[in-house]
Design a protein around this ligand. Sequence first.
Ligand code: PHE
Ligand code: FE
Length: 289
Amino acid sequence: MSDFEHVFDAPPEGAAADWTIPQDWASYSEVEHRTWDTLYARQMKILPGRAADVFLKGLTALDLNTGGIPDFAVMNPKLQALTGWTVVCVPGLVPDDVFFDHLANRRFPSGQFIRKPDQLDYLQEPDIFHDVFGHVPMLSDPDFADYMEAYGKGGQRAASLGVLQNLARLYWYTVEFGLMQDADGLRIYGAGIVSSATESVFSLEDPSPNRLGFDLERVMRTLYRIDDFQQVYFVIDSIEQLKRDTLQDFGPIYGRLKGAPDIAIDAILPTDAVFTRGTQAYAARGGRF
Ligand code: PHE
Ligand code: FE
């Protein structure tokens, strides 16, 4: 889900200046806890053999399957000991500058609410299942943890340069919808995929989408869609590669991007490393599952 859109300009009633709210774990209902359990169990039938080792390792280390929605008071000390990150609750999507400030300080903002039982498969706004199950395991990896902090700092800079749209695409195609070349083949690590039963399968196995080698500048020029399965996924070699590529000063890249046209969502360029040349059949028939 996009973390780059927001509805309010000021923190809503009851939220702090940095938009955080208490998790108030005791307030979750029995139904809400069972929703977590259902989603967790469903993903665990799908993810072994599909999710990257680094994701599965983080999931195990954080012990997010103790029955019901994780209590941040229990989860945060474990995460903090691993990488110095913590998770804070917010009412929903927050403004870009607030989001970046949290990341730059190793705080990941998570929605407090969980989806309703009739929304198990799809919802527009990120809930606690997407945010915690999807994002937090990766934050237990030291390299990914560094990447996310650097991203927060990079976001503050990109905003001041007017190139946020380009940087948002990097987030989209890595943090949310990234694929990785693991020892045993292609694996998923993007939070938008690992938290979705249908896209976990589609992203790896459907003949429709393109799967292309990750290329930083190319990715920052590529359009994306927020309303359906992706038409292109980008494959990194490793988290270290991602960290290395993004460590460089983006100044010269931003300079070049200013004059460069956007790249269509289904384009394959002569310079692309092609893992899968997709049929685009799913998108051509109108998509939406
Ligand atoms: N290196 C980027 C810059 O100079 C910052 C950044 C790091 C952005 C990691 C995204 C991810 O702006
Ligand atoms: Fe997300």
